[in-house]
Write a protein of this length. Structure first.
Length: 471
């Protein structure tokens, strides 16, 4: 992706070094641990990294959700928060900002993205429905299936090939979408979603051309299009870097153009809202909005605060504007690419090309001696923690494997990945260099690693609470 690197350097500075476009005003201490200590910690957590306490993690790359460092302006907004139960000024500022960027008629605040998903699918779905997407992430899939509907992944074939360099591997396969509509009937598809960027597929972006193509297919059958928009700014900036005709367009205008093709969206503001909590649901449908607000009141709160405090809405309103600043996005892409390029130089097969919020290691190719039934991604996650106190997350058969309730037989996921998600504005280059040094030790020791078996699991979203034993 030499063209992309050239665009980053051209946009960023006349210097080769792309610096963090901020100064650090407050710090949080990191408790250093040693391998012998981490071995006991991991064993006590039944080898599930979600059960490891944050104080026992040196570099936390578990998620980029809610882990951002907020800006001075966001903290100022928090002090300005209006906590009135109904009609607060903070909601007015929040609503105005969301409408300005996303363009939808109705803005319904929620405490985070999964609450927006729950309301959307509760109102729009019924048992037997089918929801197409490029790739559903964990809570999206769980909320669809909780309604008795089927979550159908239709990502293009390039999106299932980690080494393929196609620039928009998050694209929906329009031909598969047409075939699905023809097979199940348009009345069984209450909406189609596109996840931008495609998290479970390696953080890969969706092109504007593909968005237009999908919208054209859906319009023929009067099926609404929704975005899972939690990383909308990163997707917009990758369009600017990779898609012809957008190099000179401001990122905010690219984001607006994306949203103009949709009928609504769900949003976790814990990602590209640069906030620690918050989210929203948007729609252009008046009747649907009323039904969604009715459910919001029942499960989240009054329509002008939803599940958020006024101070949270202030932080999100500021964050949504800050995330669209190009000096921030240049740094964000460069930081992620730095990690990905150096991991690749070490020998790790990663999902190519690097995305924006995370680097995804191909655990199946890294540990070919561990079969998917023994969860190579989980083995790699465990060893990363043992080697350097680094917490990543498995995105493979632990998270997305399907267990037949009658036979107990498990179908493995399409890919066995380990995601190293980079919190926004949190870690410096020396932190990333430490991660790379630890990863090099894991690479050198990879042939000795063993797989895991699950000894206890929940029926849904098992990866959060499952207990493991090593083979």
């Amino acid at each position: 992706m030499e063209k992309e690197i050239h665009q980053l350097n051209k946009a960023g500075t006349t210097f080769r070094t792309i610096i963090e476009p901020f100064k650090i005003k407050s710090v949080e201490p990191i408790r250093m641990t040693f391998r012998a200590e981490r071995e006991k910690i991991l064993q006590n957590a039944f080898y599930n990294i979600f059960s490891v306490k944050a104080r026992d993690v040196i570099i936390d790359l578990l998620t980029d959700s809610g882990t951002s460092a907020m800006s001075a302006e966001q903290w100022s907004g928090i002090m300005r928060g209006d906590e009135s139960y109904a009609g607060s000024q903070s909601y007015e500022r929040f609503e105005k900002t969301v409408k300005d960027i996303f363009g939808f008629k109705h803005v319904i605040p929620t405490h985070q993205g999964r609450a927006a998903e729950r309301i959307l699918f509760s109102v729009m779905c019924k048992r037997g429905d089918v929801i197409p997407n490029n790739s559903h992430f964990d809570t999206t899939r769980a909320n669809v299936e909780f309604q008795g509907a089927v979550a159908e992944d239709l990502v293009i074939k390039e999106g299932l090939d980690p080494q393929n360099q196609y620039p928009f591997k998050g694209n929906v396969d329009a031909e598969k979408l047409k075939a699905l509509i023809k097979h199940v009937g348009k009345d069984k598809i209450p909406l189609c979603m596109i996840t931008i960027t495609n998290n479970s597929g390696g953080g890969q972006p969706v092109s504007m051309e593909n968005i237009r193509e999908v919208k054209k297919v859906l319009s023929k059958y009067n099926i609404p299009l929704y975005f899972d928009a939690c990383r909308f700014a990163e997707n917009a900036y990758l369009i600017k870097l990779r898609e012809d005709g957008y190099q000179d367009m401001p990122v905010k205008e690219i984001a607006k153009e994306m949203m103009a093709h949709a009928d609504g969206c769900t949003m976790s503001a814990k990602k590209d809202g640069l906030s620690n909590i918050g989210g929203f649901l948007c729609t252009n449908d008046d009747l649907l909005a009323q039904r969604e607000r009715d459910l919001l009141i029942l499960t989240e709160g009054f329509p002008t605060y939803g599940g958020m405090a006024g101070r949270d809405m202030e932080a999100v309103a500021v964050g949504l504007n800050e995330v669209l600043k190009e000096d921030y996005l240049i740094y964000r892409i460069a930081e992620t690419r730095y990690l990905g390029d150096h991991l690749y130089e070490t020998g790790f097969p990663i999902v190519q090309p690097p995305g924006a919020h995370a680097i995804y290691i191909d655990a199946k190719a890294t540990l070919p001696h561990i079969p998917p039934s023994q969860y190579p991604g989980q083995a790699l996650v465990a060893e990363l923690y043992l080697a350097g106190g680094i917490r990543g997350v498995e995105i493979g058969s632990v998270m997305f494997g399907k267990v037949d309730e009658k036979t107990g037989k498990e179908t493995s996921a399409a890919m066995e990945l380990v995601r190293l998600a980079i919190p926004r504005r949190v870690y410096t280059q020396s932190h990333i260099d430490y991660v790379l040094e630890a990863c090099k030790r894991v690479w050198e020791n990879r042939e000795k690693l063993k797989g895991f078996k699950i000894v206890k699991q929940a029926k849904s979203l098992r990866h959060f609470t499952a207990k493991f034993e090593p083979f």
